[in-house]
Design a protein around this ligand. Structure first.
Ligand code: SF4
Ligand code: SF4
Length: 95
């Protein structure tokens, strides 16, 4: 078996996206005051990104692999995390 990096593995995941995000930033002011922007680094799918011009954290929820990290890793617990509603979200290639 050949070595495989994270992007290769993410490519094997399939998504069915809801039109409503299951990930919500609770308070935009908290993000504005957050000096470390940890969410930009801990998410394996790069869901969160600090938008410098708009001064908000953008949430590409369509890419979420439901690992649950952001539920506990935001230092201000500023992310409201739930699973996507039934029938939506990710499926693995091999079950
Ligand atoms: S780590 Fe939390 S508070 Fe900081 S920018 Fe991300 S969501 Fe906002
Ligand atoms: S649950 Fe995991 S993959 Fe989804 S947004 Fe949070 S850290 Fe990223």
């Amino acid at each position: 078996m050949s070595p495989c990096d994270i992007s290769d593995k993410l490519f094997t995941i399939r998504y069915k996206c809801d039109d409503k995000s299951h990930l919500v930033i609770k308070d935009t002011q908290t993000c504005l005051n957050c000096t470390t922007k940890d969410c930009n680094y801990f998410c394996p799918s790069d869901v969160y990104e600090w938008e410098k011009i708009l001064k908000i954290t953008t949430v590409a929820y369509e890419n979420c692999i439901e690992c649950g990290t952001c539920r506990i890793a935001c230092p201000s617990y500023n992310i409201d995390w739930v699973y996507p509603k039934g029938g939506y979200g990710m499926t693995y290639k091999f079950g």
